[in-house]
Design a protein around this ligand. Structure first.
Ligand SMILES: Cc1ncc(COP(=O)(O)O)c(C=O)c1O
Length: 387
């Protein structure tokens, strides 16, 4: 390369799945029938009325221009009503909600808005890898905090407080937690809000999994006083089977939202009206729609649990969300080679836990985003592989 890339690119690597999907693609081109149980991209469609709204809006000649930077009023209102109905949280649709292209971009915008070079950011281990990579991209310093099975995958705030927190600016949490499937609790959120206030830390809950195999809808913003220090991300990707649409939002105090908007409005120019009108429909699905989607995941999970048994992995049956997270047997040296072996021998791809941090080393994660036939096929192949 004649032209050197910016230093910040040296601090991150290509996303694990981006590389892995390329490998799977190569294997498929060579004729292998790979069953991908890696990624949490829902394979069921959005509701009919969602799609109908997109089509009807797309046919109108005047739907195709730039839209508001904050999202159309009808969609902010729909998000506000959705939060009220399911989370019992009141949000002013005019200034406490900002539309995003999925919650992933919100991680970047929030970090750009609040993290200075040299600021420390508390990031869960294991956790969604983007929190750490975005922190690195904006020049922040990643300060991992442990989530351990023996603590129920909850942070040990006393242990965190024993370290120097004076340079910590932000903390990422994600309940329901990916990858462990831990649902979180109101008592935990209360403790975390008190912690964030005491240390003047911006606390951000990334909350895209609330509606998957879970009925206790929890929001960090339910805690009294949370608006002083907290933001929450949410998304239609998993809850409404709309991962490819890229629709999410960030909610919080209008002063915080204003800062995020400063960044975002310089990066994109709103989202296609048809998608926004369709998202309004999605958010207005009856509650029974979530039950229908979950009924399918319940059946799939039964097979995935059997796959975990076949592999000799231990797992908690009360997990929520789109995956099952299991501990590999002690005799297996590590998850990375194990997963590679399974891919090469059984042509089944499973996510190794190490990509979520050191505390994920002894775990694997299996997605529920494949139909029962494919899951059963994967199980049969693994039974054969285990001999
Ligand atoms: C914890 C977590 N946060 C955010 C995302 C990204 O969601 P979105 O599609 O809304 O950007 C994912 C997707 O896998 C996730 O697991």
């Amino acid at each position: 390369m004649i032209v050197k890339p910016a230093d910040r690119t040296g601090k991150v690597q290509e996303y694990y799945f981006s590389q892995k999907l390329a490998q799977i693609d190569r294997m498929r081109r060579e004729g292998a029938d790979i069953i991908n149980l890696g990624i949490g991209s829902p394979d069921q469609p959005p509701s009919e009325n969602t799609i109908a709204a997109l089509v009807s809006e797309a046919r109108k000649p005047n739907s195709h221009g730039y839209q508001s930077y904050t999202g159309i009023a009808a969609l902010r209102m729909a998000f506000s009503e959705w939060y009220k109905k399911y989370f019992h949280v009141e949000l002013n649709p005019d200034n406490e909600i900002l539309l995003l292209m999925g919650s992933k971009e919100g991680i970047m915008h929030i970090s750009m808005a609040f993290v200075n070079p040299g600021d420390e950011v508390l990031v869960p281990d294991p956790g969604y890898p983007t929190y750490a990579s975005v922190t690195n991209l904006v020049g922040g310093i990643v300060k991992k905090y442990d989530l351990l099975e023996k603590n129920g995958w909850f942070p040990d705030l006393d242990a965190i407080e024993q370290s120097d927190l004076s340079r910590v600016k932000m903390m990422w949490i994600n309940y329901p937690h990916m990858p462990s499937g831990t649902p979180g609790s109101f008592a935990l959120f209360e403790k975390l809000i008190a912690f964030s206030q005491k240390h003047r830390i911006l606390l951000c809950n990334d909350n895209p999994y609330s509606f998957i195999l879970n009925k206790k809808y929890l929001s960090l913003l339910q805690v009294d006083g949370s608006m002083e220090t907290a933001l929450e991300l949410n998304s239609l990707s998993k809850s409404h089977n709309m991962a490819g649409w890229r629709i999410g939002m960030v909610a919080g105090h209008n002063e915080y939202i204003k800062e995020v908007l400063k960044v975002k409005s310089n990066m994109d120019s709103g989202m296609f009206l048809g998608m926004q009108m369709a998202a309004v429909e999605a958010l207005n699905n009856p509650e029974s729609w979530y039950d229908t989607v979950n009924a399918i995941y319940i059946e799939r999970r039964k097979i995935v649990e059997k796959i975990m048994d076949v592999l000799g992995c231990r797992f908690d049956k009360s997990q929520v969300g789109l995956f099952v997270w299991g501990r590999i047997p002690d005799k297996i040296p590590g998850c990375e080679n194990y997963v590679e072996e399974i891919l090469n021998m059984a042509h089944v791809f499973i996510t190794p836990g190490f990509i979520f941090g050191n505390n994920g080393e002894r775990y694997i994660r299996i997605s529920l985003c494949a139909n029962e036939k494919r899951l059963a096929e994967a199980k049969e192949r693994l039974i054969k592989m285990m001999g």
